[in-house]
Design a protein around this ligand. Structure first.
Ligand code: PTT
Ligand code: SF4
Length: 602
């Protein structure tokens, strides 16, 4: 199909074998790209393997919109069987590697096996080399990025891991461009387990589209439309940090390990503080909404801040200034640790310390101790070793009632929204296909502005609608969703882009169906990999059901478990899954996934 290279590059690090394979038209049609390709490939090729063994594979997958001359298209999905959750895991990273991979002639890169020694992969169009990385091993992501840029050119697409990925710390992510991160559920550890420090891509070709003239015309108008949007100027000032103040006002800021939703030092680290401190702005390729705000941390080093990072490393730990948070963020980037899981793990340890469940003293807001803690986690040493597999595993190790405040779903730590007073967002976390991520259905803004405390069918339908658009379409297309989410760029542009690129007209109904196929497939993946998987995995932590915040306007408010249960049942009905959350035979047939039926013993 036009708009795809139609090629998958496969590199086996065990025997050095390299092959280029066709991606069938039916795969392009049924799965679109990105996340869709990733789940299909992982389903076919990764069955009941140890995620950190050489039998696991890691997929870098683009879609028909990736790398095109279109707003915010420099994105790519990084997916694998997750070492953090044991299920399907992915993330979406903004990187020149996405553009270069497509220009080099591939839609997908899949890396399998394990190199005997530290290596990195160099892809230059047809020429593929597995090179020695002993000089890079042990270096942080900034040093490694510098070194690789010196060797291969500043404009290269570079994906890499830090020392935490090398040390197989399961909350490690993949980094690019000194501040882009993707693959929260341990994708950095999967690269580390393969002794793969980095991937460098340089492509010189072009993508062959159906109607380039039309696409150019659309692109020009689209960029202009984005710039003219009412929300654009404020977005350019604060980026994702504009939500910080909103969260505090609405009492959903993650505070003291999600105990509270409002933070006494919020004025020291909100979007306005960011505006005053910002020294630079960066972003992903092809984007005119650049949201990477750079500040100088407390030691004068550059750090790129986003809302999730600040929420999880700021109020969640009781830090007091943005300059402190920036340093913790910078350290996470250097080590290659996911900021969300890191913030949750550190909050968990602080609470465990306060409750006397661990011997170490780690106080809330103890900035010096927090810095040392990041190093311990990155190395897997000292008390840091307790949380290297995330908070779920840590709570299983220390026992008592710690599972009640281990803030995760399916083993992936909850991102920066406290949901005591947001049952819809709690369900969104509960049903996200990779564990507790906000990426699939960020329903919280709509929920707070409508009937906040209700448990309605309308909320469940909204979650499914968001999942179809965000987790289905944007993750597969695969482009950044923020033009639509943040400045209200029209969704009706996207079928037009697709038609100019591929020559095929597709409406939202068809795109929704692709999303449904992907969600059901991911669900089946979890079931095949974890036979006990089912309804019990779709609940947020007991803290939101049992313990209300002690202050503010949500004092006394909790999520009602029975009503949550009812919403979950409705959710399954809409999806065509049984009441244990397992896709029914009929649904699998309807979505063209009959092959899956016998593997999950239906
Ligand atoms: C995403 C998650 C997020 S979501 C943030 S901030 W966010 C954190 N960023 C980290 C970081 O930085 N350093 C670090 N060491 N760890 C980090 N972990 C956290 O990772 C990101 C943007 C953002 S900023 C968001 S919401 C949107 N996410 C998109 C998405 O998921 N899909 C899509 N099609 N478009 C999106 N656009 C926006 O992209 P994960 P990025 Mg990310 C320093 O990958 O695994 O999904 O985790 O990719 O290039 O950094 O862009 O307030
Ligand atoms: Fe990247 Fe931000 Fe632009 Fe999205 S809006 S493409 S995350 S810079």
């Amino acid at each position: 199909m036009k708009g795809y290279t139609g090629k998958l590059l496969r590199v086996n690090l065990s025997d050095g074998k390299i092959s280029k394979e066709e991606i069938s038209e039916s795969m392009q049609r049924d799965f679109l790209g990105g996340r869709g390709f990733a789940v299909k490939l992982l389903w076919d090729e990764v069955k009941r393997v140890d995620p950190l063994s050489e039998r696991n594979k890691i997929v870098f997958s683009t879609g028909p919109l990736s790398g095109q001359l279109l707003p915010s298209s420099g994105k790519m999905v990084v997916a694998s069987k997750s070492p953090l959750t044991g299920g399907y895991g992915d993330g979406n990273i903004g990187t020149m590697a996405s553009v270069h991979l497509r220009k080099a002639g591939y839609d997908v890169l899949i890396v399998e096996g394990k190199s005997e020694n530290p290596c990195y992969l160099l892809i230059e169009d047809e020429k593929i080399n597995i090179l020695d990385a002993s000089e890079l091993w042990g270096k942080n992501t900034f040093e490694s990025q510098d070194l690789l840029e010196k060797r291969h050119g500043k404009n290269s697409g570079i994906l890499l891991i830090g020392p935490s990925g090398e040390n197989l710390i399961r909350i490690s992510t993949v980094l690019s461009q000194r501040g882009r991160a993707g693959g929260r559920p341990g994708m950095g550890a999967v690269m580390g387990s393969k002794n793969l420090k980095a991937i460098v891509i340089r492509g010189t070709g072009t993508i062959s589209n159906f109607d380039d003239e039309k696409l150019k015309e659309y692109a020009k108008k689209a960029y202009e439309e984005i710039k003219g949007k009412e929300a654009y100027p404020f977005w350019m000032r604060q980026g994702t940090m504009q939500v910080f103040e909103w969260c505090n006002e609405n009492h959903c800021l993650p505070t003291y390990n999600f105990r509270e939703g409002v933070f006494e030092f919020s004025k020291e680290m909100d979007g306005y503080v960011l505006e005053r401190m910002a020294v630079d702005r960066k972003g992903c390729p092809m984007c005119n909404m650049q949201c990477g705000h750079i500040v100088k941390d407390i030691k004068g080093e550059r750090a790129e801040l986003d809302y999730e990072n600040v929420g999880m490393l700021g109020p969640n730990l009781g830090m007091k200034t943005l300059a402190e948070v920036a340093l913790l963020n910078r350290m996470a980037d250097e080590w290659g640790l996911d900021t969300i899981s890191l913030g949750s793990c550190m909050g968990f340890l602080m609470e465990a310390s306060e409750k006397g469940l661990i011997p170490e003293k780690i106080g809330w807001g103890d900035f010096d101790r927090a810095q040392r803690l990041i190093q311990e986690i990155g190395r897997g040493e000292g008390i840091g070793a307790l949380v290297t597999e995330g908070v779920k595993s840590a709570s299983e190790k220390i026992g008592k009632d710690s599972h009640r405040w281990a803030m995760h779903v399916k083993g992936l730590e909850i991102s920066a929204y406290n949901c005591h007073g947001c049952p819809g967002m709690a369900l969104s976390y509960g049903t996200s296909p990779i564990g507790a991520s906000h990426k699939d259905a960020w329903v919280i803004a709509w929920e707070v502005s409508t009937d906040r405390f209700s448990y309605s069918m309308e909320k469940v339908e909204k979650i499914v609608e968001f999942q179809r658009i965000r987790g289905g379409f944007f993750e597969s297309a695969s482009v950044c969703r923020l033009p639509w989410v943040e400045v209200n760029f029209g969704l009706d542009w996207y079928p037009k882009f697709l038609e100019a690129i591929t020559g095929h007209k597709r409406d939202w109904e068809e795109l929704y169906q692709i999303g449904d196929r992907i969600y059901t497939f991911i669900r089946a993946f979890w079931k095949r990999e974890i036979p006990s998987f089912g309804r019990a995995w779709d609940y947020p932590p007991p803290r939101w059901f049992e313990e209300a915040p002690s202050q503010g306007k949500l004092k006394g408010i909790k999520v009602d478990k029975e009503k949550y249960d009812q919403m979950l049942s409705w959710y399954y009905e809409i999806r065509g899954w049984d009441q244990n959350g397992i896709p029914s035979k009929e649904t699998l047939h309807r979505l063209g996934l009959s092959e899956v039926t016998k593997e999950i013993s239906l």
